[in-house]
Write a protein that binds this ligand. Structure first.
Ligand code: HEM
Length: 427
């Protein structure tokens, strides 16, 4: 998704009847950020109807976004949490973490929490650093390479390790999760969006069913083992499989876009890049600003359990509401000068990882991945330049890049090895 400066002239030109937030191509080719800025100001609760009669409400302000995502008594996740599911319902309601309301949600989530936040992550760190080094390695001919494409493999060092998935399977899994997250993007599409999604679901469900069968009776202490043995093995094959699917999709669909989008933001703002190069202690705040700026999980869906009043009106009971995360993360009431990418931004209360009970299970490990990526980027590169026009993902769910061609000047080995940067960062 393009992230332009939002200007008064741009806002004045917005005609909401022309804004189609449902259309994946709108997010790749047009300018949702200017439309969202207009909506925050003039239409904070906006109804969009599709040609087939389905409709949904959009919320764009930060406080409304937190309320819709965070209050399961008012807004349920059990009728689908993705805009693509509008009108289709949710077959995995009450089974898959993200499609389950509390209290059942807590029962499913509690056993996984430890693995995703505690010492379980220590063994992932080395794998992540290894994967980041491979990602940043110069291309064999010393020329340009595509950062967005290479970054797609990075989350497998996280999810692959946490789920104990064999490395030779990773490439297929990345392709299938890419198809599932953005079936309408030309990079992933096979025939059409529906067929692409169906193929991706078929392959991923078949894959995890086979993993289940192979592990039955000899479950490990990885995430799949935790799901299989949870509450004395209470979960059915289907419940284990949909949660494996959701875990992998959660990891693969998001982190690479924050990597590529944050690098693009730095390339477009040399003074900000210089600031982190000169002061690597800014890496943690760079990571938070990169998350706010890119907001790769772009929208989540909920359905109103009752009539609920939000800014701008009442959502009638039963209606679908889309929360636009990238818009909430640019609400000027919460983020001073929200269209400024600021590597030193303080009190950055972004909701890139969501809000409330469904707050991202992978947030800690995603932050570790991003921190390691930027540490290694600063440590091993002297200079990076853009080597082509970035290509944006066509999706109403994930905001990101499918191509970011770069030319990288590696740092001379003696500086990279013994340099101040490494000492400072690995302390
Ligand atoms: C930059 C990286 C990431 C971003 C921006 C992100 C964003 C989000 C958001 C916004 C939600 C809330 C969904 C909702 O409210 O319906 C969520 C949930 C979730 N994420 Fe992430 N995510 C990231 C990385 C990961 C990773 C690395 C994993 C797994 C290893 C993961 C697994 C999940 C799962 C399982 C849920 C559902 C949690 C629940 O329903 O309790 N995510 N994520």
């Amino acid at each position: 998704m393009r992230i332009p400066e939002v200007t008064a002239e741009g806002m004045a030109a917005v005609d909401l009847s022309e804004v189609n937030l449902f259309d994946p191509a709108f997010h790749a080719e047009q300018d949702p950020h200017t439309a969202w800025a207009f909506m925050r100001e003039h239409a904070p609760l906006h109804r969009q109807e599709l040609p087939d009669g389905r409709f949904f409400w959009s919320v764009t302000r930060y406080d409304d976004a937190c309320r819709v995502l965070g209050n399961h008594q008012e807004f349920t996740s059990e009728r689908g949490s993705l805009l693509n599911q509008l009108g289709h319902g949710e077959a995995a309601a009450g089974k898959m973490l993200v499609a389950t309301d509390p209290p059942r949600h807590n029962e499913l989530r509690r056993p996984l929490n430890k693995l995703f936040t505690g010492r379980g992550l220590a063994r992932s760190e080395d794998r992540i650093r290894e994967a980041v080094r491979a990602l940043l390695a110069p291309s064999p001919d010393g020329g340009e390479w595509d950062l967005a494409q290479r970054a797609t493999m990075l989350p497998m060092a996280v999810a692959g390790t946490l789920m104990d998935l064999p490395e030779p399977h990773w490439e297929d899994l990345v392709r299938w999760t890419g198809m599932a997250a953005a079936p309408d993007d030309p990079v992933f599409m096979i025939r059409n969006g529906h067929a692409t999604l169906a193929i991706a679901h078929h392959e991923l469900f078949k894959y995890f069913s086979e993993q289940y069968a192979a592990r039955k009776g000899a479950e490990g202490d990885d995430a799949i083992g935790v799901l299989m043995t949870m509450r004395d093995g209470e979960l059915t094959l289907e419940e284990v499989v949909v949660n494996c699917y959701s875990l992998l999709l959660g990891a693969n669909a998001t982190t690479p876009h924050t990597v590529a989008g944050t690098v693009l933001a730095l390339l477009e703002r040399p003074e900000q890049f210089r600031a982190v190069r000169e002061n690597p202690a800014l890496v943690p705040s760079l990571v938070e600003e990169g998350l706010r700026w890119t907001s790769p999980a772009s929208s989540f869906l909920r359905h109103a359990v009752d009539d609920v009043e939000l800014s701008g009106g009442v959502v009638p009971r039963g209606d679908a509401v889309a929360v636009w995360v990238g818009s909430a993360n640019r609400d000027a009431d919460v983020f001073p000068d929200p269209y400024r990418f600021d590597v030193a931004r303080e009190a950055n209360r972004h909701i890139a990882f969501g809000y409330g009970a469904h707050y991202c299970l992978g947030a800690t490990v995603a932050r570790i991945t991003l921190r390691i990526f930027f540490e290694e980027l600063l440590r091993t590169t002297e200079d990076i330049t853009l080597a082509g026009e970035p290509r944006h993902l066509a999706s109403n769910f994930v905001a990101g890049l499918t191509s970011l061609a770069v030319r990288v000047t590696p740092r001379r080995p003696e500086t990279a090895r013994g340099g101040h940067t490494e000492t400072a960062l690995s302390a």
